[in-house]
Design a protein around this ligand. Structure first.
Ligand SMILES: [Zn+2]
Length: 147
């Protein structure tokens, strides 16, 4: 939190500052909402942080209340129906994403099972080969790979 840098203003003063520093859109009240294009949050004038100007002559700055968001007033657009739908959609997607988490992939187990399976397969092939050799023992040389 950067509360030490934040400037305490009355509602009227804050609205005045918003109007002065955000010349891109009109502020009718501190409850006006803006959509921050940088962090994707809906913010109200009340939430916007005013920093600087503590000595009376310093320049005031408007900051998005979101953490680590360095947006400027130009990034705050009026939340049109389209924007609101988009925000809703994003929130919905996030909910879905957290609800439909893919099952955890356990490489070790999967690999072990795979090895076990192929090992089994190999053993059954050996057994089949052994029984084949037993049945046709006479036709196969006793030591085909030997010297
Ligand atoms: Zn922001």
């Amino acid at each position: 939190m950067t509360t030490s840098a934040a400037t305490k203003l009355s509602d009227g003063e804050k609205l005045e500052v918003l109007r002065r520093l955000d010349q891109f859109r009109q502020w009718r009240s501190l409850d006006d909402k803006r959509y921050c294009l940088v962090c994707g949050n809906l913010i109200t004038g009340r939430q916007i942080q005013v920093a600087g100007g503590t000595r009376g002559n310093g320049a005031l700055r408007l900051n998005c209340p979101a953490e680590r968001c360095n947006s400027i007033p130009m990034d705050w657009v009026l939340p049109t129906d389209e924007i609101l739908a988009k925000v809703e959609g994003l929130a919905e997607e996030e909910r879905k994403a957290s609800a439909l988490r893919p099952p955890p992939v356990i490489m070790g187990n999967g690999k072990a099972a795979q090895t076990e399976k192929s090992h089994e397969h190999f053993m059954s092939r050996l057994r089949r080969l052994a029984s084949h050799l037993k049945r046709h023992g006479k036709a196969v040389p006793s030591n085909p790979c030997g010297p």
